[in-house]
Design a protein around this ligand. Sequence first.
Ligand SMILES: *Cc1c(COP(=O)(O)O)cnc(C)c1O
Length: 364
Amino acid sequence: MKRVYNFSAGPSMLPQTVLERAAAEMLDYKGTGQSVMEMSHRSKAYKPIIEETEALIRELMGIPDNYKVLFLQGGASLQFAMIPMNLKKKGKIAIVDTGVWSDKAIKEAKKWMQVDVIASSKDTAYDRIPKVEKVSGDYDYVHITLNNTIVGTAWETLPDTGDIPLVADASSNILCGPLDVSKFGIIYAGAQKNLAPAGVTLVIIRDDLIREDLPAEVPTMLRFATHAAEGSMYNTPPCYSIYMMGLVLQWVKDLGGAEGIGRLNREKAAVLYDYLDSSGYFRATAQKGSRSLMNIPFLTAVSDPEKAEAINKKFVAEAEKAGLVNLAGHRLVGGMRASIYNAMPKEGVEALVAFMKKFEAENK
Ligand SMILES: *Cc1c(COP(=O)(O)O)cnc(C)c1O
């Protein structure tokens, strides 16, 4: 068996020990004679699975008691619509534009209310997080994208939104390290990058934002109140993905929880950034002070666009032969991108840097 180092932006790697445990439990989960995939979500065997997954996420993220943890479907993309539908009161929100994903959040929110883009880094191709200090105004909430998967930027200091709820898309950096949940009204994340296989969307929402008094036309399934009242079991939840999330969370706990995984992620990212900053042949695209620990886009120093394109293709193809896969950059940034989520071992990043050094020497 040969496993590769998968640098995909998502879905992405899962810890090998988690996959091994899932494989061992596949045919007969704890003596039930069934796979978790085959169980009723209302069975005695399944109930502890969802409960333990929730308990672990609460413990690892330090989620206060006045927040609900919901396991939904539809991805982060559905949250772009569901959040405005559920939080609309005054009819106006503020969004910080940090690239493609915040742009999608803006588009959906605009179907429901007035959207003020209060800051943007579009002028420098989204290579940084714009400065936002104090936000005030008549806003139902302020929305930010905590980690920008495509351009490789992340918020280091959160904006001060006072009493206005701060809503964050954390799809690509959920549980990448410690985070003060009490600073947020809602944190949401498609789980397929850092927590689980695709299919489950994690929503952490403060109780006062779960409203019953919504316009009648808001569908039952798109109300947070529906899912909160039923413990994410109003309808069939994504049972197997929730089970897998539980295994991943146990793995994070064994690594020292949010602190432990945060330390490891900083070390991993430093291995790659330090090389990119010293290479002269490759360079990181994101500005210092805004750099993501999870997604690291980089370019070569070749200035002729056609030559650069050929070099990029060669890099991606040769890397794949070396067992380092999915390194092609997003078309908006070009070049390459290494996504090094929680499950990417440090050895994988070191193998990438060793490959880059060799490539640099051969192609300079
Ligand atoms: C991947 C991603 C999304 C989309 O998530 P889906 O679960 O596929 O809808 C949204 N926001 C960010 C920041 C992402 O990285």
